[in-house]
Ligand binder design. Structure first.
Ligand code: CP
Ligand code: NVA
Length: 303
């Protein structure tokens, strides 16, 4: 297994399933009150240059749950804010901690940190990918549907970091993925082309949300303006209006389709309150599973 977790495409199907299996065992154990100490004496730095509720708290809780310690650093807490070169910070931090979890803007920042770090670097969201989130999402799909292979997954909305990570997951794990995105908001074309070339099931981009959800087992959406795109918010609100996940759209999928949203959600923008709170929504399980997946990731990369 790769030392760092930067993008899902770096992992084989077997390796991705190993994270999921481990997380499911850890979840069962957590419910049964089993305590772990396997990362006792170890620490991770959480370097977050964007806000976070779920990812930060679930990584912190996961590390404590394995007996380890965390050091949280927001964007303004490090000398990166005063232009210290990342390659210097990478080498220094690696002498203090056993791993780094980073949320930032460009994927090149995470790649550079990993290049110079002698300890594992975990991508907790960039503008390009949100790989740990998609592992939690797929764990949730498996819990509700038994397996992810042979399923038909729909992505509705922006071709963003979540969409790119789902595309790589579809290619590696072998499920059909149809993304409905407005023109101009497609997923990253290189990621899409590479994933399509390596996939066993179709990965397709369409314009019509109804076409994407037809026959779908899973409907997935995310905010219309990601962190860092606040200036585009008003323009995006107009463009994305036809891409709302609402009851009428959900009805066009299989009757037992589940609805995912990585949260935070904007009710009555990308998803209606009715759907988010409705019987097909699995978003709270999805949010919980972040902690179990993060435990698995920390245990597998830091042990
Ligand atoms: N889903 C997710 O990553 O949420 P946060 O931004 O709260 O971490
Ligand atoms: N696409 C969103 C995901 C938030 C968890 C963003 O990058 O803001």
């Amino acid at each position: 297994m790769a030392k760092h977790l930067l993008a899902l495409s770096a992992f084989s199907k077997g390796e991705l399933l190993a994270y999921l299996d481990r997380a499911m065992v850890l979840k069962r154990e957590a419910k049964a009150g089993v305590r772990h100490q396997q990362l006792a004496g170890k620490s991770v730095a959480l370097i977050f240059e964007k806000p976070s509720t779920r990812t930060r708290v679930s990584f912190e809780s996961a590390m404590y749950g394995l007996g380890g310690q965390v050091i949280y650093l927001s964007g303004r807490d490090t000398q990166l804010a005063r232009n210290e070169p990342l390659k210097d910070m990478a080498r220094v931090m690696a002498r203090y901690v056993d791993g780094m979890v980073i949320r930032t803007f460009g994927q090149e920042i995470v790649d550079e940190l990993a290049r110079y770090s002698t300890v594992p670097v975990i991508n907790a969201l960039t503008d390009l990918y949100h790989p740990c989130q998609v592992l939690s999402d797929i764990m949730t799909v498996i819990e509700h549907k038994g397996a992810v292979e042979q399923l038909k997954v729909a992505w509705i909305g922006d071709g963003n970091n979540m969409a790119n990570a789902w595309i790589e997951a579809a290619s590696r794990l072998g499920f059909a993925l149809t993304l409905a995105c407005p023109a101009g908001y497609d997923p990253n074309p290189q990621i899409l082309a590479k994933a399509q070339a390596e996939a066993s099931q179709p990965i397709t981009v369409v314009r019509e949300p109804a076409a994407a959800v037809a026959g779908a087992d899973v409907i997935n959406t995310d905010v219309w303006a990601s962190m860092g795109q606040e200036a585009e918010q008003a323009a995006r609100l107009k463009v994305f209006q036809p891409y709302q996940v609402n009851a009428a759209l959900v009805k066009k999928a299989k009757a037992d389709a589940i609805v995912l949203h990585c949260l935070p959600a904007h009710r009555d923008e990308e998803i209606t309150g009715e759907v988010l709170e409705g019987p097909q929504s699995v978003v709270w399980d999805q949010a919980e599973n972040k902690m179990h997946i993060h435990k698995a990731i920390l245990a597998m990369h830091l042990s």
